[in-house]
Design a protein around this ligand. Structure first.
Ligand SMILES: Nc1ncnc2c1ncn2[C@@H]1O[C@H](COP(=O)(O)OP(=O)(O)OP(=O)(O)O)[C@@H](O)[C@H]1O
Ligand SMILES: [Mg+2]
Length: 214
């Protein structure tokens, strides 16, 4: 299964989520490939900051032909996670076309809702060629112990074909602390709250994979 973590908006948590999801999937025994599809090379930089190799493979592939190369790339893996590039539409399109499921991280702010329209539009266009494509919003950097405003949910509901996943990630300092050392949250604090939330997200994705396969 190929999971694209994509949003044309910068800084919403794509790399953070992609790296940690890859780590989550590989800890549950799956063969995992993390594709850095961003010319900034942030996932590759994460991997280079490590003392030891991660227990999954990281490759750079910031190319508008990613979707064509994906079948060959993905052949020997159970799960592929794509860390998407912001802003560049042709890279966004290729990453969307390469994915079975697109996760769109959004922070609970009106700016993120306004900016989401662009990514949703790319997904609409991609569905004309690939109607099996699935996509969902993933709320990231939610402030702990706050209800997400009804207005925020209502605003996201203007994109009815893109549901909001029932697995938000909370704003937590462990995400930046672990990244600085080239580690995943699961390596730094495997029993922490952030690890538990990531595991819940990974479980939802695997359940989706199994439903599609059934
Ligand atoms: N849940 C979170 N809690 C705390 N900090 C977070 C969380 N998610 C992301 N961040 C921080 O937000 C910043 C941006 O995250 P990240 O680089 O993953 O975003 P991005 O979408 O990949 O950015 P770009 O568009 O530049 O590729 C980083 O400093 C990261 O540590
Ligand atoms: Mg990034």
């Amino acid at each position: 299964m190929i999971v694209g973590v994509l949003n044309q908006k910068g800084g919403v948590g794509k790399t953070t989520i992609a790296v940690n999801l890859a780590s989550c999937f590989s800890r549950s025994g799956r063969r995992v490939l993390l594709v850095d599809a961003d010319p900034q090379g942030s996932a590759l930089a994460w991997s280079a900051a490590r003392q030891v190799d991660p227990d999954f493979v990281v490759v750079g592939m910031a190319k508008p032909t990613l979707h064509r190369e994906m079948p060959t790339l993905a052949k020997n893996y159970d799960m592929v996670v794509i860390d998407g590039a912001p802003r560049v539409n042709e890279l966004g399109r290729a990453a969307i076309m390469a994915s079975d499921l697109v996760l769109i991280p959004v922070q609970p702010s009106p700016y993120d809702v306004w900016a989401a329209a662009e990514t949703v539009q790319l997904i609409r266009e991609a569905r004309q060629f690939k109607d099996s494509l699935r996509a969902a919003f993933l709320i990231n950097r939610k402030i702990a112990n706050t209800a997400i405003g009804r207005d925020f949910h209502a605003a996201l509901a203007q994109f009815p074909e893109t549901p909001v996943l029932d697995a938000a990630l909370i704003q937590r300092v462990v995400f930046a602390e672990s990244a600085a050392r080239g580690l995943s949250v699961l390596e730094v604090a495997p029993r922490g709250e952030a690890a538990r939330e990531l595991q819940r997200l990974a479980d939802l994705i695997i359940a989706d994979k199994e439903r599609q396969a059934a």
